[in-house]
Write a protein that binds this ligand. Structure first.
Ligand code: 13P
Length: 254
């Protein structure tokens, strides 16, 4: 069953790269990933880079995702971007609930419970991020946190659609710190998340792709990606360089 899931390696640029820098990057990335097979590749880019990256990546294996989205289609929400706006640009998907949005920009589980089904309805593939803080892990609260986030954020997604969601397990203490979860920690948490989905639908549990994120580098990618429940990676810092990101894609290739 697990072998039917195609791994996804997604690069989250965060607030990096002007359009000119993005163009240089995609021209360097495309030839480096054109011949790999058995892996889906995505770059999650700032809103201002979306149109250029969709154009430049068209016809290639690289999909283009946004990093956030508002749940309403339109309205008085200054500074926000809606699902129809992304869909019209032919963006493939959207990162939702990244810990930086939760911690720095007050993203709530309540909003995410609306955002995930709205993204799916618009034809955007959601990557829902979940993960515990260091304090929560030390207190033995990792599973409680994951159960809460997965439960709340996916509450309004029908069981039949759950398999179309991508979940990224990103322990907050491993993001941008160089501290990567051990293979045992990553596998244990991701298997737990899969069990939560399986409890709702056995079929969805087998289909849903669950990524690991947090200090993934070319040097540690192969070991993490070989774990049975890990279906890819959400890569921050190491995705900013096309060569380094392509090496991680290569580690996930069939
Ligand atoms: P780093 O790979 O820089 O630790 O970031 C992980 C992340 O937040 C990806 O969304």
């Amino acid at each position: 069953m697990a072998s039917e899931r195609v791994p996804l390696v997604a690069g989250n640029w965060k607030m990096h790269k002007t359009e000119e820098e993005a163009e240089q990057y995609i021209q360097a990335l495309l030839p480096r990933v054109s011949s790999v097979s058995g892996v889906d590749v995505a770059i999650c880019v700032p809103f201002t880079d979306l149109r250029a990256m969709v154009d430049s990546a068209r016809g290639s294996r690289v999909e283009v995702y946004a990093q956030n989205m508002h749940q309403e289609a339109q309205g008085a929400f200054t500074g926000e971007i809606s699902a129809p706006m992304l869909a019209e640009l032919a963006v493939h998907g959207v990162v939702l609930g990244h810990s930086e949005r939760r911690e720095l920009f007050a993203e709530t589980d309540r909003a995410l419970a609306q955002k995930v089904p709205v993204a799916l309805a618009a034809g955007l593939k959601p990557i829902l991020c979940v993960g515990e803080t260091e304090e929560e892990r030390d207190a033995g609260d990792t599973e409680r946190k994951l159960r809460h986030q997965v439960g709340e954020d996916l509450a309004a997604v029908a069981d039949a659609e759950l398999g179309a969601v991508v979940i990224a397990y990103e322990p907050i203490w491993a993001i941008g710190t160089g501290r990567v979860a051990t293979p045992e920690q990553a596998q244990e948490a991701i298997a737990f998340i899969r069990a939560l989905i399986e409890a709702r639908s056995a079929e969805a549990g087998a289909q849903v792709r669950i990524l690991y994120g947090g200090s993934v580098k070319p040097e540690n990618a192969a070991e993490l990606l070989a774990l049975p429940d890990i279906d890819g990676a959400l890569v921050g810092g190491a995705s900013l360089d096309a060569e380094s990101f392509a090496r991680i894609v290569g580690a996930a290739a069939a």
